[in-house]
Design a protein around this ligand. Structure first.
Ligand code: M6R
Length: 607
């Protein structure tokens, strides 16, 4: 999704803006641009394609000034092109705007403005904002932006520059993330904190319907009617290294390798000295004990974590769990009562569909528990309670450590509910906790032996189709594995519940099909072995993921990858890792960039 940034201070703004845009690249974009006030006028440079093209332009057409705004665009309205790139200006070039989000009523606004004589250059929705602000400008940018926003419906994180007030940036937010970084004599703004970390760790999270006036030495917040709002800064305490590659070729590989540490960070603070689970941050024991039903909602990878969550909560705590994709849930008519818990999962905490689902559940009176990786995110702030996955920043578009840490949170919730509901014996609970404490070390073991996967990837990366099959939790992991391969290797990959093969999908199997069979549910080994034999007999190449020292599948599969022994319920924490690595190595074999797959954005902040 688009990334926005801004700077006002004492430094040369261009390198600061470019630097911040580089940090936002991971969000996905197809063009980039900046606008800087050079002392006389606002100069705009923009370019279709990668940031390096903008940098090349800036090397020839240098702009210097200590105030500016920047943007990486992920096209929604109008093709990726220089003209459609942001910043957009009014006709006189006096006002420049960068915007992340969608102005839903831009067609009618554009018609009205055109009738008043405003000439449009681009096909974007954003350009209406520049003209509207010009229309309302009467010497006060803050007031002009506030009036323009009253006409706009849709979502936005907006930053505006005006040559008549060259010491101020006005920014605003509704349903799109925005943070302001503050330091002595300089202020920064960006779509997320990773872009600011190099300069400051003190940030303000802008809330919906807030407008901010940012000057070199002040940050002032207002509501829609320009009533002042008092806000506190938050201090970011994670290390900048966590947002850098640290010697790994790609963020994705780094983040796959960070899973053992991330899992430890998720688990340890929630296990007491007495080896009990403490998740009091999400609800009192009383609330948890009286929970009669749970609804889990999320998108993409987080949704797959939710499916595992359903299995384990139902297995351990015997509480019925419904799971839904957020983009579907928000348009249904779900049924809730106050004894229902609504668990909403999102790495970024900013996904538009997920936020809409949460708000809808809230209106229905459900208690909302957010599992997210971003403490200051909208989801974390709007939910009734928030469980931090503690995974550290995830930069690669394809989610890896976010998934396993989300799973860890769900295991903790499942076991705590089981303890409170009395559906697990004390002995089995302490065995389960003990086992969870070994998972991080076991994840290290999976990561030590990558040769089989690398070799298999080099032989199969260009297969036309890839099917992931499994049963129970292995089916959920099949879905997540298929998504990984789809996202970064552009392979048509699908997950099938292994038992469903015969009901249709087996018709697709031929010699150009890769089948990855995830086999960690011991009671179902024989069934899985039959499925492997069925697809082998029809020409598929088969990779099997199962336990170490397990030879059940040696004769049926072409290659076998092992994970250490653990409880069958906990295998998702380990069995996903070979699939993540497989997708990564396939993508590298094809010379693709696994960190920035085509058409995808890290944080999907528009519907
Ligand atoms: O930030 P979120 O967890 O809400 O994001 C949800 C999905 O957009 C995300 O998981 C997406 O599917 C990833 N690219 C998967 O790798």
């Amino acid at each position: 999704m688009c990334g926005i940034t801004g700077y006002v201070g004492v430094k040369d703004a261009t390198p600061v803006l470019i630097n911040a845009l580089k940090k936002l690249e991971y969000r996905g974009y197809d063009s980039a641009g900046i606008a800087v006030f050079d002392g006389q006028e606002i100069l705009v440079r923009k370019s279709k394609g990668a940031l390096k093209f903008l940098e090349q332009k800036l090397a020839k057409e240098i702009i210097r000034g200590s105030i500016g705004i920047g943007h990486t665009r992920w096209a929604t309205h109008g093709e990726p092109s220089d003209i459609n790139s942001h910043p957009h200006t009014d006709v006189s070039g006096s006002i420049a705007v960068v915007h992340n989000g969608i102005i839903e009523n831009y067609v009618s606004l554009r018609e009205k403005l055109e009738k008043k004589g405003f000439a449009f250059k681009s096909q974007t929705d954003t350009e209406v904002a520049a003209h509207l602000i010009h229309f309302y400008y009467e010497g006060n940018l803050l007031e002009a932006v506030s009036k323009a926003l009253k006409d706009i419906s849709g979502s936005y994180a907006l930053a505006v520059l005006c040559d008549k007030q060259p010491d101020v940036i006005v920014a605003a937010r509704k349903d799109s993330p925005l943070v302001i970084g503050t330091a002595k004599n300089e202020q920064f703004l960006a779509s997320d904190v990773t872009a600011l970390l190099e300069y400051t760790r003190d940030v303000y999270y802008v809330d919906d319907n807030e407008i901010v006036e940012i000057k070199k030495d002040s940050v002032k917040f207002y509501d829609n009617d320009l009533e002042p709002i008092t806000k506190q800064t938050s201090h970011i305490d994670w290390d900048i290294d966590s947002a850098e590659k640290c010697g790994y070729e790609h963020f994705m590989l780094k983040e796959i390798h960070e899973q053992p540490a991330a899992l430890r960070q998720t688990l340890s603070p929630r296990i007491t000295k007495e080896k009990k689970i403490d998740i009091s941050e999400i609800a009192s024991d009383e609330i948890l004990r009286s929970t009669e039903r749970i609804v889990i909602t999320a998108c993409g990878t987080a949704y797959h974590a939710g499916i595992v969550g359903k299995y384990v909560i139902e297995h351990f705590a015997r509480i019925p769990v419904d799971i839904d994709i957020a983009s579907e849930f928000r348009y249904r008519e779900p049924i809730f009562n106050p004894k229902n818990l609504f668990i909403i999962i999102s790495q970024s905490g900013e996904t538009a569909d997920t936020l809409a689902a949460m708000r809808m559940a809230k209106k229905c009176g459900a208690r909302i528990i957010a599992i997210t990786n971003v403490a200051g995110s909208t989801l974390a702030r709007e939910a009734d309670a928030f469980m931090h996955t503690n995974g550290g920043p995830e930069i690669a578009v394809a989610s890896t450590k976010a998934f396993t840490t989300q799973l860890m949170c769900l295991y903790l919730i499942a076991l705590k509910l089981a303890e409170l509901k009395g559906t697990i014996s004390e002995e089995n609970l302490s065995k389960a906790i003990k086992e969870l404490e070994t998972i991080s070390a076991k994840a290290e073991i999976v990561l030590q032996d990558k040769k089989t996967i690398q070799k298999f990837a080099s032989r199969t990366f260009n297969k036309k189709k890839a099917f992931f099959i499994g049963r129970l939790a292995d089916y959920a992991i099949s879905m997540e594995s298929a998504l990984k391969l789809k996202e970064i290797n552009y392979t048509h990959s699908e997950a099938f519940a292994a038992g469903e093969l015969k009901h249709g999908p087996i018709a697709l199997i031929d010699t150009d099909t890769l089948v990855v069979a995830i086999c960690t549910q011991r009671a179902l080994f024989e069934k899985m072995d039959s499925n492997i034999k069925e697809v082998k007999a029809r020409g598929a190449s088969v990779l099997c993921i199962t336990y170490e020292n397990e030879h059940f599948f040696d004769d049926s599969a072409d290659a076998v990858v092992h994970i250490p022994e653990t409880f069958d319920e906990f295998t998702p924490l380990l069995s996903i890792i070979p699939s993540q690595l497989y997708a990564y190595y396939c993508s590298v074999q094809r010379s693709l960039d696994p960190d920035k797959p085509r058409n995808l954005a890290k944080s999907v902040t528009v519907e």
